[in-house]
Design a protein around this ligand. Structure first.
Ligand code: PLP
Length: 477
């Protein structure tokens, strides 16, 4: 028996049910309640055949893994939750495997293996910095994830800094900032730029940071990062880019986007959990109190309690033994993405996204969520609601009946998702990545079609809508 075994809702273990949360709106319509428990599901998963990994650094581990369904058959898992955490790329696994035999301390030992690990860690920093287009004026600090990175930056702000952000941000870019000016949701990129312009004009002199996402984790829509940076810099403000979603889909280059800071998570970039990055201008970071206090961040510690001299550079904020394997794995994926044809990857994803969105559009009662309008360029994320159906129940049924993983909820962007929802409740989110196939997309569309038909008592065979949203990817900026 697992300690703290979470309750099961709609057939799927809901670990977030362990913590109190706000009501999820519409009443539950459980699928086969109570018949499956976490204990029942986990051993089944463990018996799944091992994944097949095609050659190539961006091949994904777990491709082809099978999961049980309540139809009594196992099916290949269709993973539409890669915006939450993406599968691990072969590049990351290879890099970790290559280093494991030489596992030793980092920045702490004179021995050959310590030296090797220290070198690997610093090379990883260099690779990640190159991937993000950093220069000598930038520091690349390894963190645990994006949330950790935004919190670090929030603590490094010069006293009196005003942070300007939008209500559409993920909580990781909404909550860390002290006394932020939270701009209302704009209805388009031009309105976003105008809102920042007006806000900065109103603030006058003083240190200001504009914190904005590159791609929404709810709608996938691209934000006008470059234009926002241009306005911000005109007022002497700095810009922090939340690239947690963007980086897996589009190149993120601090010079090209003209942003001052960028944050991202390894686990959304086909690397394992536990490593993230804050990259950006050194001056605030060097002047700030260390994010973590302890060994590795100090140049000198005297006998008196306050007698400490702290390093400058990334070490200032990275006290304690670092996550060597996480950093190395993240860097390996960055290198693999750097070497890949990103335009071709984006074009492939766009065509899958179009297929999915057209499929969803054709299902009566499914409504896609959008802030900037259905034709606005976006990365491979689409959130939607199914008329009259509880999102958690739909997600559970997709999992138990069809072996399809999607996300449901308010996606840690409560103000934005609530604003976009046509009624109280929650939404579903399907997100695509390197491992998504047309077969996966077709399975999701057909499973949702069946779900709608079943709920309508077999009467949902109404003629599908034919309007197809037209979208093309555009460069971020
Ligand atoms: N920012 C965005 C846009 C996200 O989508 C997420 C996670 O979903 C985060 C920040 C937080 O990332 P993490 O949970 O890795 O800290």
């Amino acid at each position: 028996m697992l300690v703290g075994n979470p309750p099961v809702r709609g057939g799927v273990p809901r670990v977030n049910d362990l913590a109190p949360h706000e009501p999820y709106g519409a009443s539950a319509d459980p699928v086969d309640p109570g018949s499956r428990t976490l204990e029942a599901i986990v051993p089944l998963l463990a018996t799944c055949p091992p994944s097949t990994v095609e050659p190539g650094p961006l091949a994904l581990l777990g491709a082809g893994v099978e999961v049980p369904t309540d139809r009594g058959v196992a099916v290949p898992y269709a993973n539409f939750d890669v915006a939450a955490s993406a599968p691990c790329a072969r590049a990351a696994a290879d890099a970790v495997n290559a280093l494991l035999p030489y596992y030793a301390s980092v920045h702490r030992g004179a021995g050959a293996l310590s030296q090797r690990c220290t070198l690997a860690y610093e090379q990883a920093r260099q690779v990640v910095g190159d991937f993000l287009g950093c220069g000598p004026e930038h520091a690349v600090v390894f963190t645990r994830n994006t949330t950790d990175a935004t919190n670090l930056l929030a603590r490094a702000l010069p006293p009196g800094t005003t942070v300007v952000t939008f209500a559409g941000e993920h909580h990781a870019n909404l909550l860390p900032w002290p006394d932020a000016v939270r701009l209302p949701l704009p209805d388009g990129p031009a309105a976003a730029v105008a809102a920042v312009d007006a806000a900065l004009a109103g603030l006058g002199a003083g240190t200001t940071l504009v914190a904005v996402t590159g791609a929404s984790n709810v709608t996938g829509e691209l934000w006008p990062v470059r234009q926002l940076a241009e306005v911000a810099h005109r007022y002497g403000a700095r810009v922090a880019l939340d690239a947690a979603q963007l980086a897996a889909h589009r190149p993120v280059n601090v010079s090209e986007l003209d942003v001052d800071y960028v944050v991202l998570s390894g686990h959304k970039l086909y690397a394992p959990f536990g490593a993230g990055v804050l990259a950006g201008r050194c001056d605030w970071l060097d002047a700030a109190p260390p994010y973590l206090r302890g060994g590795g961040a100090t140049k000198h510690v005297g006998d008196a309690p306050g007698d400490v001299r702290w390093h400058t550079g990334p070490a200032r904020h990275e006290a304690g033994t670092p996550n060597l394997l996480g950093a190395v794995a993240l860097a390996a994926v960055c290198a693999a993405l750097e070497a890949a044809d990103r335009d071709a990857l984006a074009a492939r994803e766009d065509s899958l996204l179009d297929r999915l969105r057209q499929g969803l559009d054709a299902i009566p009662g499914i409504q896609q969520l959008s802030l900037f309008g259905p034709d606005h360029p976006r990365v491979g994320i689409v959130s939607f609601v199914v008329d009259g159906q509880d999102s958690a129940t739909v997600a559970a049924r997709l999992s138990t009946r069809h072996g399809i993983g999607v996300r449901d909820g308010l996606f840690c962007a409560h103000p934005l998702t609530r604003h976009l929802l046509p009624a109280r409740g929650t939404a579903l989110r399907a997100s695509l990545g390197l491992g998504t196939t047309t077969t996966d997309v077709d399975r999701l569309v057909s499973a949702l079609t069946e779900q709608v038909r079943v709920r309508a008592g077999g009467c949902a065979d109404a003629a599908p809508r034919t309007t197809a949203p037209g979208r093309r990817s555009q460069p971020v900026g």
